[in-house]
Design a protein around this ligand. Sequence first.
Ligand code: SAM
Length: 589
Amino acid sequence: MNSAAVKSGPGPETVAHLQSTFSRNMKSGGELDLDADALELIKFVETHGQLDKTPELVKSNAPAAEHRSAGNRLYRERKLNQALVLYNESICHAEAGSDQLAMGYANRYWINGCSVMVKVTSGTLKFYRSAVYFEQGEYEFALYNIDLAKRNNYPEQLMPKLLARELNCQQQIAAGRSKPTVPHPRMNINVDINPEIPFLASGIGMNYEAKFGRGLIAQKDFNPGDILLDEKVELCGLECDLIYQSCSQCSGEFGYSLIPCPGCPLAMFCSKECQEMNWKLYHRFECGVASKLCCISFTWGMIIPRFFFYGLTQFGDDLQAMMDYCEQEHATAPNPLERTLNQLEVFKFIHNAKPHFNRKFDSYLKVIVVFYYVVFLMNPLVRSIICTESHERFFLRSLLAYSRLLGSLLASTVFFKVYPQGYTAGTVSLIGSICNHSCDPAVNTVIHSGRVKMVVLRPIRKGEQIFTTYGTSWWEPGEDRPLDYKCRCVVCDRGPAGRKWHSLMMRPFPLKELKNVQRMRYVLDSEETNNAAKLNALQQLIKRYAHLHPQKNLGDILRVYDSLLNDAVFAENEALARARLHAACAAPL
Ligand SMILES: C[S@@+](CC[C@H](N)C(=O)[O-])C[C@H]1O[C@@H](n2cnc3c(N)ncnc32)[C@H](O)[C@@H]1O
């Protein structure tokens, strides 16, 4: 991609192109009336949407080559992350078994990670790849590539250079300059684990309060730094511009290891397992209409039809069985805090959730749903299952209901790493989705690499509801936020509880203790103190002054702690990815 294209594109060129083609078509057909009812909207989109005229992109080496050269240009400009997205796009477009695919892999791995394509790339490419690894301080990967190059007909005349780099790598490793493959500090559950649910701390239950609906409750005391949850993302919906950066199944940002969908150029996965699971649950319904879905891409919207297909899969594609279950009221639903649920139970649990939602988004969601409805019904596989009028009505009703439900349950993450405008992934995890928001949160929820971790920020006493932050506000009433609910946390409360909270918050910090807080600032600013030590020091301080909560200075400290915890989770996940890829590199050819 050249710099002009970077300016014009909201992300990968393919997606931008598809979306602009579609919006041109829509304009030529007339204006959408947001207030029309869903059936009228369907008719309108079928008549004017011209979605049937949007061709499905297929694997093709020509765009693969273009994306690869565009990636090379960005690479030369040192825009490594953007180049990586272009290499991924090239890989995704390349025809199976083609040179373009091999070149795409080779180029991508010049930048990051190791490759399953090493068998088909030349020894020289491995040398280049090792050069980039070396530049990035990834000495183990560089060494491994040098070894591969030696074993794969590396030209004799260039051998001295290769051997010189090998020596250089060995010297760097001997000098202790390797990047970690063992995560530190570990961000795994570090308190007693629930014997029935190995990704949850013991002592956490679910309660119901009229103000918030369902919520998580502490059945015992917890302390700062306790990790309460380490749960996988159950369902995700990526904005189309993220498809060459994130796994379509778990949303993990694994730029260095994404593998393409073998069928279409519009989905990538962080592992074979994610690819297989995604195919089973949804991609078999998406693959044949993937380009049209990209045309109508709306931030996290794909999560809506995906949840429908998740359910359909659990009922063995038997739509009637799914209808029989869904059209009834169920007084009880499986409880993810009692035991680990299977996928059918997961579906039932989410389907039966009844969070509040704000109807002001209804017409917007309705339009989104209508587009998905029209596009999915163009897929012969979907048509073979949703084949009667009553099926169609059920599909539409479900999509409308799930748009509200999931709009309320999901957590959205905006990725800014590659493109400054940021793109959104919506995710739902089971236990994570029960946790309510407070502008004075007690836990930090970090969604990264396909996992949801919940870390305690300040002491939580037995019987307290466990509140996280949805990331929009901290210690200030969030009245003007575009939320789908009215925030009823203590900070936003206008009654006596809220007034008390605000008056406590404005108390001065005890003068004689202030020096400890100031000392903490030195520790935090010091480059010699590592992240683990900073986290530890902050935990001690927060614990020591917990009785003063809420108090303004303490709030600032909690905020720093929250941000360091994010860094620690990211660092651990990256180290794990490095270790995983290193192990894959070490596997015999
Ligand atoms: C992720 S869900 C949390 C679980 C939810 N309470 C339930 O019953 O399913 C988010 C929804 O919970 C409710 N909620 C969360 N935090 C809230 C708050 N501070 N004030 C009011 N409602 C809140 C809102 O209905 C919101 O849409």
